[in-house]
Ligand binder design. Structure first.
Ligand SMILES: [Fe+2]
Length: 166
C-alpha cells in the first residue's frame, strides 16, 4: 500500500467486531472455525473483550459485547505498520489535521501493540499499530485480565465520545 504521506503499512492486522454474545462467539470460532483463544480482557463488568488467533499473531479476530440498544458492528480495523515511527507520525498527522483521534498513542495490555486510533465517517475506527505480539502455540496459555484492566498500559483514555468499545 502506498500512502500519500510517509507511512509503511505492512498488512491488515485484525478486526474487532461487537457481538451479542461473546461467549457463544468464542465457542463458535474456537470449536468450529479452529481459532485459538489468546486472552480475555475485562475492562469492567460489562466490557469483556475476547481475542482470538489463527496464526502466530496475537489476534486476528477480536470481539466485544454490544452495548445495550446497539446492533453488532465493526468497531475497528487495525493496519499494522512497520515501525514505532509510523505510529507516531500517524498520531501527529491526525492531530495536526484535527482528525477525531479515538485513543492513543498508547500500548495495549495484552497484545502489546503501540497504537493510535482514528474514528472514521463509517462509524468504525482505524488503528495504526506496531509491536503486535506473536505467540507460540506450544507454550501460550490463555490469560484472563481481570475487571479494571486498562485498555492502555500507559494510562491513556478514550478521547472521542464516538469511540465506543461495545
Ligand atoms: Fe486493535
Amino acid at each position: 500500500m502506498h500512502y500519500t504521506r510517509d507511512l509503511n503499512v505492512l498488512r491488515l492486522g485484525h478486526v474487532l467486531l461487537t457481538v451479542e454474545d461473546t461467549r457463544r462467539t468464542h465457542d463458535f470460532y474456537t470449536g468450529v472455525l479452529g481459532f485459538r483463544l489468546s486472552d480475555w480482557v475485562c475492562i469492567d463488568d460489562n466490557v469483556r473483550l475476547c481475542f482470538l488467533r489463527c496464526n502466530a499473531r496475537h489476534h486476528t479476530m477480536a470481539f466485544a459485547p454490544c452495548m445495550p440498544g446497539k446492533i453488532p458492528r465493526l468497531q475497528h480495523v487495525m493496519l499494522e505498520v512497520d515501525s514505532l515511527d509510523d505510529v507516531m507520525r500517524s498520531y501527529h498527522f491526525l492531530r495536526i489535521h484535527k482528525a477525531p483521534i479515538g485513543m492513543g498513542p498508547g500500548r495495549h495490555i495484552n497484545c502489546q501493540t503501540v497504537h493510535v486510533y482514528v474514528q472514521t465517517p463509517g462509524g468504525f475506527a482505524v488503528e495504526f499499530g506496531w509491536g503486535h505480539r506473536r505467540l507460540d502455540d506450544a507454550t501460550h496459555q490463555p490469560v484472563v485480565y481481570p475487571p479494571g484492566s486498562p485498555v492502555d498500559v500507559w494510562g491513556g483514555d478514550i478521547q472521542s465520545s464516538e469511540f465506543e468499545l461495545g
